[in-house]
Ligand binder design. Structure first.
Ligand code: SAH
Ligand code: SF4
Length: 348
């Protein structure tokens, strides 16, 4: 007896190009169909198989029975006085994630996407971290943040710096990158995408072996004692191991690793810290993003005063270290670094 519902449907946005090709060949389709379908889904933003007019009707019907194409519609969109936009997306299980669009020059934008609901790493300065990990995002849920925002705004660069530790969700993140890079899809260059990690050393090395992506490392301290306190991951992978992994991370010519350094008053903002930072970065192609701590209700830490931020930056610049100050964009809508929380806040 035939079982009409025996097939589980697959969300095509969970498949990287290689998986999609395998799926299609499993139902007897040719290789070039992969390109066709990637083009429909990503380049043209189609979510209904009926609109895929260059596929035969029988093929479309087969896709209907075996596959779906998920999509996100923002449940909320807030815009900051500085032009930063924050989107809230509801997930099918009721959880939610936030995605932030940051304007650059002209009408170019960087999109900051999330990779997990919450985060397990428990960094003491981070609002997202205070709620613990709810779950990993599926590949489709990572990609759909980009799809949804691109429907309304240009997205030129992508940073995996929203909620979550991307390397804690390595498989889904790599698949999502492969989809973002797909020639027939969004075709992002590997230099347009940056992944930020708190420093999961084995996964950093694995990432480097498996895929090309710009790496950002949340450093935030120059001694193990301070980093242990700020970022518990440091107790597993102390600074010496972290910096060694950075040295081994494969870089293209002229490419650098970004080190994010949150400046917290009286904790890591002294000139002694700046001096140690210069030492730590010795021999690494690095640039430093200085991020004055964004104050929030989950932490007693304070932002340093203007003079000490400036002095810290100048110390690095004087020693030929590229040190950029990152403005806390979108603070008025809690869209700045470490302020994302999605629906988690309702649990307070
Ligand atoms: N989990 C990854 C990526 C997301 S966190 C990581 O930690 O790298 C993104 C960035 O926000 C990190 O560099 C983190 O150090 C920074 N951040 C977290 N809380 C912050 C805060 N309160 N003020 C400023 N930056 C913060
Ligand atoms: Fe997680 Fe990054 Fe926040 Fe640390 S800084 S708790 S790793 S999101």
């Amino acid at each position: 007896m035939s079982e009409p519902f025996e097939h589980k449907t697959v969300d095509l946005k969970n498949l990287n190009p290689q998986d999609l090709r395998q799926f299609l060949s499993g139902i007897g389709k040719e290789k070039f169909r992969t390109t066709q379908i990637l083009r429909w889904i990503y380049t043209r933003g189609v979510e209904d198989f009926n609109e895929m007019t260059d596929l035969a009707k029988s093929f479309r019907e087969e896709l209907f029975t075996r596959a779906t194409i998920s999509s996100f519609v923002p449940e909320a969109e807030e815009v900051s006085t500085d032009g930063t936009r924050k989107f809230l997306f509801r997930l099918s299980d009721g959880n939610s994630v936030e995605t932030v669009l940051i304007p650059m020059d002209g009408d170019r934008n960087t999109l900051c996407i999330s990779t997990q609901v919450g985060c397990a790493m428990q960094c003491s300065f981070c609002f997202t971290g205070t709620f613990g990990l709810q779950r990993n995002l599926e590949t489709a849920e990572i990609v759909n943040q980009v799809c949804a925002v691109r429907k309304k705004y240009p997205v030129n660069n992508i940073v995996l710096m929203g909620m979550g530790e991307p390397l804690h969700n390595l498989e889904n993140v790599i698949k999502a990158l492969e989809i973002l890079y797909a020639e027939a899809g969004f075709a992002y260059g590997t230099r347009k995408v940056t992944l930020s990690t708190s420093g999961l050393v084995p996964e950093m090395l694995e990432l480097g072996r498996r895929i090309k992506v710009n790496l950002a490392v949340s450093l935030n301290a120059t001694t193990d004692a301070v980093r242990d306190e700020l970022m518990p991951v440091n107790r597993r992978y102390p600074l010496s191991q972290l910096m060694e992994a950075c040295r081994r991370y494969p870089l293209a010519p002229h490419q650098r690793i970004t080190f994010e350094y949150i400046l917290i008053q009286g904790v890591n903002d002294s000139l002694e810290d700046a001096k140690r930072l210069v030492k730590l970065l010795h021999g690494i192609k690095a640039k430093v993003n200085l991020i004055p701590f964004n104050e929030h209700s989950g932490s007693d830490f304070k932002t340093p005063n203007e003079e000490s931020i400036r002095a810290f930056q100048v110390y690095l610049l004087d020693r030929q270290i590229v040190a950029v100050r990152r403005a806390g964009k979108g603070q008025d809508i809690s869209a700045a670094c470490g302020q994302l929380k999605g629906k988690l806040e309702n649990k307070l």
